[in-house]
Design a binder for this molecule. Structure first.
Ligand SMILES: Nc1ncnc2c1ncn2[C@@H]1O[C@H](COP(=O)(O)OP(=O)(O)O)[C@@H](O)[C@H]1O
Ligand SMILES: [Mg+2]
Length: 315
């Protein structure tokens, strides 16, 4: 009872605070440990945006002092069509609001959950953009360190946008990290084994996992047992269901990205020059159905929230 009243009160305060700043809240798009993401109508921009709302009370000290400032700093530097655009950062005593471009088709995990394995041409269409975005980040010496389907978004035209810079780090090409970041299912063997790792090389592994998921509609490794998973990663044996008819060129590419030996794991150039990605056969962007978050009405204080459910265990 109490908590219901409390959360209602706090969200009314939030609505009023945002309304004063020119934003009318619409619906909830997602949520994480310390943040909620909502769509809102911006009076200034006269369009819908996404608001990542971070509750300072819920966030631990190291998040507030280390990871959040990094996330904001990194986002301020970004300007690329395949990276989510930051519009504004606002702060109150209790909340931090990150205002960014709205990805109306949601995240790649939801997209794949609805459709299963994607057609090969759509995989290529999305993966090329993911590689372009990563190339851009790495050219600025920024590593993401939490690349997974939930952090890859699609806008209303199905243009791919890399998002969530909560674990991003500015690091020179040769710097090594030893902080475990991201999700085990997308983590490279060197990260899982606690070996100091090159963050950019780690990102490459994670996009290999994303490519496998797009092509197969399933995870390449079972992350319920870490020891066994590392063994599977090191054995270099990837299994593909016959019924999916995955082509050899993409299997070769995935195999060269999910290479446990970091010295020979493909780099961005190698990926871009791979036979599969070089294929210039004509294709059109995936069909764009009715936008998920583009059409609903925005209200002020009574904004409805329809939280997405995340019932898969892919973290
Ligand atoms: N700009 C956006 N447009 C649409 N949906 C978004 C946007 N940003 C985040 N989301 C949704 O909210 C979820 C959580 O946002 P994210 O920034 O990844 O927060 P966290 O740091 O808690 O993981 C995402 O997985 C996605 O589904
Ligand atoms: Mg996230």
């Amino acid at each position: 009872m109490m908590s219901l009243f409390n959360s209602g009160a706090s969200s009314n305060v939030e609505d009023a605070e945002l309304r004063k700043r020119g934003y009318a809240l619409c619906s909830e798009l997602g949520s994480g440990s310390y943040a909620k993401v909502k769509s809102a109508f911006s009076e200034k921009l006269t369009k819908k945006v996404a608001l990542k709302i971070i509750d300072r009370k819920k966030a631990p000290r190291d998040f507030q002092q280390k990871f959040l400032p990094r996330e904001l700093e990194v986002m301020k530097q970004m300007a690329h069509r395949n990276v989510v655009e930051l519009y504004e950062i606002m702060a109150s005593a209790e909340k931090v609001y990150i205002v960014m471009e709205l990805a109306a088709h949601g995240d790649l995990l939801e997209y794949i959950k609805l459709r299963g394995a994607l057609p090969e041409k759509d995989c290529r269409y999305f993966f090329r953009q993911l590689v372009d975005g990563i190339e851009y980040l790495h050219s600025l010496n920024i590593a993401h360190r939490d690349l997974k389907c939930e952090n890859v978004l699609l806008d209303v035209n199905n243009t791919l946008k890399i998002s969530d810079f909560g674990f991003a780090k500015v690091c020179a090409a040769k710097d090594l990290s030893d902080t475990f970041c991201g999700s085990a299912a997308y983590a490279a063997p060197e990260v899982l084994r606690g070996i100091p790792y090159n963050p950019a090389t780690y990102d490459i592994w994670s996009i290999g996992i994303i490519l496998y998921i797009m092509c197969c509609g399933s995870m390449p490794f079972d992350d319920s047992n870490m020891r066994r998973m590392i063994k599977e990663q090191l054995s270099k044996k990837l299994s593909y269901s016959r019924s999916k008819r995955i082509c050899h060129d993409v299997k070769d590419l995935i195999g060269a990205i999910l290479e446990p030996d970091v010295r020979i794991r493909l780099k961005v150039d190698g990926i871009k020059n791979s036979v599969w990605l070089r294929d210039k056969s004509s294709y059109t962007p995936p069909a764009t159905p009715e936008s998920k978050n583009g059409g609903s009405e925005c209200s002020g204080a009574n904004a409805s929230s329809s939280k997405q459910s995340d019932d898969t265990n892919q973290n």
